[in-house]
Design a protein around this ligand. Structure first.
Ligand code: NAD
Length: 250
């Protein structure tokens, strides 16, 4: 068992009620942090929070105006909440495009903005942004998601530059396809957009670029997030760590 190297730290994890966010919450809690599960799904957030001895924060991160004046205390912020929409640009619903920018780019900015003053005061902070291989590479039919994740990469680097002298690091994790509800929901949409059977989507669409032909597990992403949040990663900032089975090696 890893030592309790995050004991005494307070960690806010957005989208912490499911998938990668839930795995990150489990990992930082196991390492001793007090977790705040921020999620749209209030019921699931409460269930995860009580399992991990933390607290739930029911919040809709698409309502970014409500976050403008937020005051939030956290030593560790994991910007993870996200959604996907798969459609060619010519058919892409403009409201869906805007909602994705709000949840996956504006909200991370507003949360970072809210936690930095406390982190600066304490001289210590960790921002871990769950980006994607789509923060570094594009795929057809994912204009909103790819645009938001590329924006998150830039936001993370600026946070690293401003936070560095004050003890705050900021990094991105860039997974390939991870086995979570978000990916399971996408299979039908991908089949339609590419004109292939649902059974062919994992092999022919999701894993074509990957040298390792399996989905990433959420626990693998979480173990990297836990390390980035630790003192051992104190000199790691402004970085983007791929976990994509070799996809971006091409
Ligand atoms: P998921 O669907 O399992 O979980 C997402 C969580 O975010 C859910 O609990 C959901 O309720 C919450 N959420 C959604 N909209 C919200 C909102 N408006 N306000 C607050 N919470 C909201 O998804 P996941 O696969 O675990 O994805 C998590 C993150 O990882 C996303 O940012 C995603 O882009 C990224 N990612 C996922 C994969 C993958 O293959 N699954 C790969 C790379 C990156």
């Amino acid at each position: 068992m890893t030592e309790q190297d995050l004991a005494g730290r307070r960690a806010v994890i957005t989208g912490g009620a499911s998938g990668i966010g839930r795995a990150c919450a489990e990992e930082v809690a196991r390492r001793g942090a007090h977790v705040v599960i921020a999620d749209l799904n209030a019921e699931a957030a409460s269930a995860v929070a009580s399992e991990l001895g933390g607290e739930a924060w029911a919040v809709d991160l698409s309502d970014t105006a409500a976050l403008d004046t937020l005051e939030l205390q956290a030593d560790i912020l994991v910007n993870n909440a996200g959604i996907q929409r798969v459609s060619p640009i010519v058919d892409f619903d403009p409201d869906a495009f805007r909602a994705i920018q709000r949840i996956m780019l504006e909200a991370p900015f507003l949360l970072i903005r809210a936690v930095l003053p406390g982190m600066y005061e304490r001289g210590w902070g960790r921002v871990v942004n769950i980006s994607s291989v789509h923060g570094l590479r594009a795929s057809a039919f994912k204009s909103a998601y790819v645009a938001a994740k590329h924006g998150l990469e830039g936001l993370s680097k600026v946070t690293a530059l401003e936070g560095g002298p004050r003890g705050v690091t900021s990094n991105c994790i860039n997974p390939g396809y991870v086995r979570t509800p978000l990916v399971e929901k996408q299979i039908a949409d991908q089949a339609k957009a590419h004109g292939i059977a649902e059974s062919e989507v994992i092999e022919k669409v999701m894993l074509t670029e990957s040298a390792i032909k399996r989905l990433v597990e959420a626990s693998e992403v979480a173990s990297l997030a836990g390390w980035l949040a630790s003192d051992a990663a104190g000199m790691v900032t402004g970085a983007s760590y791929t976990m994509d089975g070799g996809w971006s090696a091409r």
